[in-house]
Design a protein around this ligand. Structure first.
Ligand code: TYD
Ligand code: MG
Length: 454
């Protein structure tokens, strides 16, 4: 007899035979719950026994027409979508509660409606009056967006079938409830079933559907990761609560490049797009200070400058603190180890704090050298020369490696008034007029050249 129950993680959907405290696949704690196993389908019949229809095959060369796209007219949003919203596609917008997903999507709905799409916004979390109040606050109350507050999936699909919109927004997928599934709304099986129904409906009827998914910490509600594989595009809306900057990041996109980001600012009148993020991320920078370094990074297709800050202080504890915001903690440990064993700069007995200013999160190894520079600068209490940007990857041997898109990074720095760049040496160093380049082949060479012989 097959067992009726199994266990699955509400964060990522991984299935287990028995309960465990931590999910092995996504490392989340307390997210594994007992769930009814999905049916394994009818048994005893093989598919090949019954004849189906032959599918027409084509080759790779025949030109299929590009899917039609509609632009929102908000550059930051359209770029993340890969050039606009594609017909008959399913999107997921994930993010922490309160980060601004509903605000973003209401504004997007109004934009798409103004550009000729028929848009239905279905809220499972707020009443019509609440959404209307938000619309008034955003100055969008006159936009031709249709509104409903509903969680019953069957009623929603019936309505969508009758209304035939070009775009439906479902806020949020965790509140949707399919009567074919027994478990409570928000559980893994409900979220999966609802997302599956909506996606299939969208593909079949040429409608685009955007589903909101809250990133959850408590295990009873399934996170957006359980539906990531079903949809065409996965966007995450990120940002630090205390900052007004918000970043929309494409982590998966079947219709455009992934890793593209759009930068927004949360204002009193909703989200405003930020066209020149480098200038914004650097705008709060004061006079050059020890521990502060400007990193010339690339986010998606776009160069972006930001400030990396480090603080190094004697530790009162036997085990010094290593605290990172906006960067990878493992990578910080690696850079500290390289500084210690290759350059003879120890950090033992010192607390280390690293922060990427403005709430930005950096994933590139190209930031290695900027981080190392910030750490040494903080430790030695020495400032870097003014108007200088730094980037480059550090290998475990202490050698510096050139990084992709060097020229774009240099051009952006020059555009924002920087006069010097410190970079890894490479065979064909691209030249940018007005920007002096200092290059090094090893981390030791870099430290000597910037902070003097030690
Ligand atoms: P919301 O879109 O409701 O977040 P989510 O749907 O992701 O849970 O936005 C929540 C926050 O945004 C709320 O704390 C207030 C803030 N906000 C503004 O600062 N300005 C605005 O114009 C709006 C509508 C919201
Ligand atoms: Mg919301």
């Amino acid at each position: 007899m097959a067992k009726d129950f199994s266990f699955s993680c509400s964060e990522c959907g991984a299935v287990y035979r028995k309960w465990a405290g931590q999910c092995e696949s996504c490392q989340a704690w307390n997210t594994i719950h007992e769930t009814k196993a999905l049916s394994s389908g009818p048994k005893g019949k093989t598919l090949g026994a019954v004849r189906g229809q032959a599918i027409p095959l084509t080759d790779l060369d025949t030109q299929e027409t590009e899917p039609p796209r509609t632009q929102a007219g908000v550059g930051e949003l359209d770029r993340v979508l890969g050039g606009g919203l594609v017909k008959a596609s399913a999107l997921l917008v994930g993010g922490d509660p309160g980060i601004g997903k509903s605000t973003l999507l209401l504004q997007a709905a109004a934009r798409f409606a103004r550009n000729g799409l028929k848009v239905i916004y279905i809220s499972g979390e707020e009443s019509n009056a609440q959404v209307q109040m938000r619309a008034r606050r955003l100055g969008l109350e006159k936009s031709p967006v249709l509104l409903a507050a509903e969680t019953n999936l069957r009623d929603i699909l019936t309505t969508l079938e009758a209304e035939r919109p070009d775009l439906a927004i479902i806020d949020s997928i965790q509140t949707m409830w399919a009567d074919t599934v027994e478990s409570a709304p928000g559980s893994v099986s409900q979220v999966r079933a609802s997302a599956h129904e909506l996606t299939t409906f969208a593909k079949r009827n040429g409608m685009a559907v955007i589903m909101v998914g809250h990133v959850t910490k408590e295990g009873a509600i399934a996170g957006p990761r359980v539906v990531e594989h079903m949809v065409d595009t996965v966007l995450y809306f990120e940002g630090e609560r205390g900052h007004q900057f918000r970043i929309l990041r494409a982590v998966k996109n079947r219709f455009g490049p992934a890793d593209e980001i759009g930068v927004f600012e949360m204002t009193g009148k909703g989200l405003a797009e930020v066209r020149n993020p480098s200038a914004l991320f650097l705008s709060e920078r004061g006079a050059p200070a020890p521990g502060s370094v400007v990193f010339a990074g690339i986010e998606g297709s776009r160069p972006m400058l930001c400030e990396i800050q480090a603080l190094v202080a004697p530790s009162p504890h036997s085990q010094p603190r290593r605290s990172v915001v906006g960067w990878d903690g493992g990578r910080l440990a690696m850079i500290l180890a390289v500084l210690e064993s290759r350059c003879g700069i120890p950090f033992t007995g010192l607390d280390v704090y690293l922060n990427v200013a403005g709430g930005l999160r950096i994933n590139e190894p190209a930031a290695d050298l900027a981080v190392a520079a910030a750490l040494v600068s903080a430790r030695e209490d020495a400032t870097l020369p003014e108007k200088t940007v730094v980037f480059g990857e550090i290998s475990l041997s202490g050698a510096l490696r050139p990084v992709v898109q060097t020229e774009n990074r240099l051009k952006e720095a020059q555009k924002l008034g920087f006069t010097e760049a410190i970079v890894p040496q490479q065979a064909k160093q691209p030249a940018v007029s007005g920007l002096q380049q200092r290059s090094a082949t090893t981390l030791t060479g870099f430290v000597e050249s910037v902070f003097g012989a030690r």
